[in-house]
Design a protein around this ligand. Sequence first.
Ligand code: ARG
Length: 587
Amino acid sequence: MTDSPGSVKEQLARLFDESLRATFPDELDVQPQIAVCNNPRFGDYQCNNAMSVWAKIKSRSSQFKGPQPVGQAIMHNLPQSEVIEKCSIAGPGFVNVVLSRQWIAQSIQKMLIYGIETWAPKLSVKRTIVDFSSPNIAKEMHVGHLRSTIIGDTLARMLEFSNVEVLRRNHVGDWGTQFGMLIAYLFEKFPNWQAASAQAIGDLEAFYKDSKRRFDSDPAFKERAQKAVVSLQGGDEEYRKAWLQICEISRKEFQKIYDRLGVRLEEMGESFYNPIIPEVIELLNKKGLTEESDGARVIFIEGKNYPLIVVKSDGGYNYSSTDLAAIWYRLNTEKAEWIIYVTDSGQRDHFEMVFVAARRAGWLPSEENAYPKASHVGFGMVLGEDGKRFRTRSTEVVKLIDLLDEAKSRCKAALVERGKADEWTEEELEQTAEAVGYGAVKYADLKNNRLTNYTFNFDQMLNDKGNTAVYLLYAHARICSIIKKSGKDIEELIKNETLDLAHKDERVLGLHLLQFPEVVEEACSNLLPNLLCEYLYNLSEDFTRFYTNCQVVGSAEEASRLLLCEATAVVMRKCFHLLGITPVYRI
Ligand code: ARG
C-alpha cells in the first residue's frame, strides 16, 4: 500500500500554497483557492486567489499593479511538478492549470496497482456518529424511515471509506407512555404472554391500533395502562420482560428490512438514555438555561415560535429530553466529533433547538462549523404518482417489505423476458434480480438532492435507460464483458503495460476517474449523496463516449485501453459500494 496522495485539488493546493508563501511571505492567512475550471477549454483546474490577495495588499504594495500581475507572480513561483503540464492567466488573475496527461495516467495506474483505497479522501474528523433509520417500536416502519436508512447508510459508508470511525446508531423509539398501553393490552389479550410466540402476537401494528382503541374507549383499561407505565418505569421485573418481548418482535421485523438492504446498524434506542435524563437536565438547570412555563420546564430559543420542552408539566420526559441526554452522552462520553442525524425535514426545528441548547450549555462550540459538530440531514417526502404522500390503494401505509419484493420480482420478470432463465442458474437469476431491484430503489432515492420530495415510481426507477441503477449496473457489466472478451489477463496488463491517454476522450475519462476522491470528499462534507450519483452517471457517460470513439479490442492501443476500462470498472464498483448497491458482472 502506498499512502494516499490526496485528491487532485489537494495536490494542487499544496503546490499553490508553496507559491503563495514564496510570493507573499507576509500574508500568512492566505489559503489556496482551487476549483475545477469554469471553462474546460482553458484548463482543468484554476487557482482563484489573485483578486482577494490584491484586495488585501493593494494599499501597501508598490510591486504589483493589479490582480493580473498578482496572478502572474503566483503562476511564476509555482514549484516544478510532474502534476502540471502548463498554466495560463485569464481575466483578473485566475491561474488556469492544464494537468499533465502522463501524470493523470500514472495516477490511475498506481490506483490499479495499490487499490482504490489509496484514493480515499482525507477528512479532518476521526469519530462520527450517524443516527439513522430509527423507527419506532410497535409502529410501522414507513417510507420516511426507508429514506433515512438508505441515506444514512450511504453517508456512513462514505465516511468509513474515508477512514473515519463511524458509530451507526439506530435511535429506535422504544420508550414512552405508549408502552403502558401496549403492556396492559398484552396482559389482557395473552394472559400466557411469556409463552406466546411472536406469531401469536402477530402483526404489531394491528396490535398497536387495537390497544389504542381500547385505551381511548375504556376508562378502566386506560387506568391499567397508566399504572403499567409507572410499573415499567419503576423497574418492575414482569413489566420489563413484557416490554422487552414487544421490542424483540419489532426488532425482528426491522431486521428483515436491514438484511435485504444490506444495512448494518447498532441499536441504542431512546430507553438507553432514559436513566441519564435527570442529571443532564440538572446540568441545564444549573446553567440557568431552563425556565418554568405552564408547569413545564422549557428552553426558549430565539426565532422559534415555541420553546423546547425539557420536562413536561406532568413531570415526564419527552422526545426532546431524550435527545438532549443523547447529545450530551455522545459528546461527553463517546467523544464523537461529528454527530449526524438523518430524519425527514419536518424534524429540522427540533434538532436546531437541541443544537442551540447544547451550544448554550457549552457542549458544542459556539461557532457552528467548528468541531465537535452536530448536523441535521433532512430529507423531503416520498410521493406517490398522484403527487400526494406515498400510500397504497388501501390508503394504508406502504409495507416496506412488499415494496422491496415488488422491485425484485419486476427485475426478475425483466430478466426472464430477456431469456436469462435459459442461460443462468436460478440462483444467479435471484441474485441479479435482488442486486438490480434493491439497487434501483436505493439509487432512485439517492440521486435526488435529499431535500426535495421524490416520486416513487417503479417504471421509472427500473428503466434500463437514463439515470437509473439498472442502466448503471448494466454499464458496469458491459465493461466487464469487454475485458473478458479480450481474453487478456488484466492483472498482467496492470503490471506490465502502460496506460496512455492520447485520445481526447481517453483524457476526459481519465481526468474524471481521478476526480473520484474529491467528489467523495465533497459528498461527505456537505452530506449530499446525490453528488456521488451525479459523478457515477457522468462517469458512465464519459465511458460511453470513449468506447464509441476509441476501438478497444483488436486496436493498437488495446492494452492501454483495457487498463482504462478496468479503472472505470473499479471506480464504478466503489461508487456502487458507497451507495450500498451490489454490482453485477453479467447481463
Ligand atoms: N424515531 C424517530 C422517528 O421515527 C426518529 C429518531 C431520530 N433520531 C433522534 N436522535 N431523534 O421520527
